[in-house]
Design a protein around this ligand. Structure first.
Ligand SMILES: Nc1ncnc2c1ncn2[C@@H]1O[C@H](COP(=O)(O)OP(=O)(O)OP(=O)(O)O)[C@@H](O)[C@H]1O
Ligand SMILES: [Mg+2]
Length: 262
């Protein structure tokens, strides 16, 4: 990670209230280019509110934020051209096929060869076989992957994922995690929100915990783990986690075109 270049996202002193409810009370953090940054917080902590501010959908009351070098308040158009946002609720049109969904977005973005763009993304997200089927027939994981694929059209350097795996089964979550890791490997900066500790643990280069309006901790996983003293253990047999058992039984890793009805 290059610490000399400007951060992809810089958040300084952001405040936001809804009437009497002060949700964000001065939020500060930086996200390095090409990294995965997880914003962790309970229900109602203000994660979506912050993502909406950074993606120019909502104005903050105080503070500044720059995304890809552009001020969210001063240059919202430039910010929007630099980002994509995958919201908490999937934006897929169920009546259209997976491929048609992708072609539609490529056309809306006035890109050349929308069909070729769609086919490339279907292949990249292991949806080629399912591409001709209505998205309404997709499993939750496939739908999420399609949703993320749609948000990548036009190659934005920064992507926001608001709770990308909420409601997915463990196997589908791992598929989405794989997708997110591949994005970062290609140099895309990812800011994701999650309520799941293991998701942050699996994915993030840095983790920030949003609690009662401010970032109460921000660090790498190793740094966060050092906050707690190691437990002294005499002898403990390593038990597999429930997730490991589940994934062994259902055969994880196979998960590609795992259509429900194939
Ligand atoms: N437009 C709005 N008007 C009034 N209150 C709002 C509005 N948007 C959010 N809030 C309130 O702000 C607080 C933070 O909401 P937000 O959606 O940002 O939380 P979150 O961290 O994304 O939660 P979740 O994990 O449930 O998605 C909540 O108490 C919510 O009710
Ligand atoms: Mg939310």
């Amino acid at each position: 990670m290059n610490t000399v270049t400007a951060p992809a996202i810089r958040v300084q002193g952001i405040e936001k209230s809804f009437k009497d409810l002060q949700v964000l009370k001065g939020v500060d953090f930086d996200v390095a280019r090409g990294s995965i940054f997880a914003l962790l917080g309970s229900n109602g902590a203000g994660k979506t509110t912050l993502v909406r501010i950074l993606s120019t959908l909502l104005k903050s009351d105080a503070g500044t934020a720059t995304v890809h070098g552009f001020d969210v308040a001063g240059a919202p158009g430039d910010v929007r051209e630099s980002i994509s946002l995958t919201g908490q609720f999937a934006a897929v049109d169920e009546v259209l096929t997976g491929r048609e969904n992708l072609v539609l977005i490529a056309k809306l973005r006035h890109l050349k060869n929308p069909g070729a763009i769609a086919d490339e993304l279907l292949a990249r997200f292991s949806l080629t076989e399912a591409g001709g089927r209505k998205a309404g027939t997709y499993s939750g994981g496939m739908r999420r992957r399609l949703d993320i694929a749609m948000s990548l059209i036009g190659d934005p350097p920064i992507i926001f994922l608001d709770e990308p795996t909420t409601g997915l089964d463990p196997q589908a979550r791992i598929e989405v995690w794989q997708t997110v890791k591949e994005l970062a490997d290609r140099g895309t900066t990812v800011l994701l929100t999650t309520q799941y500790l293991d998701e942050a643990e699996q994915l993030a280069d840095r983790i920030a915990i949003l609690h009662e309006g401010t970032i109460i901790q921000n660090g790498t996983l190793a740094e966060l783990k050092q906050l707690l003293p190691a437990a002294t253990v005499e002898y403990v047999e390593k038990q597999p986690t429930l997730e490991e058992v589940f994934l062994t039984l259902v055969g994880a890793g196979a998960g590609n075109d795992n259509g429900k009805d194939s």
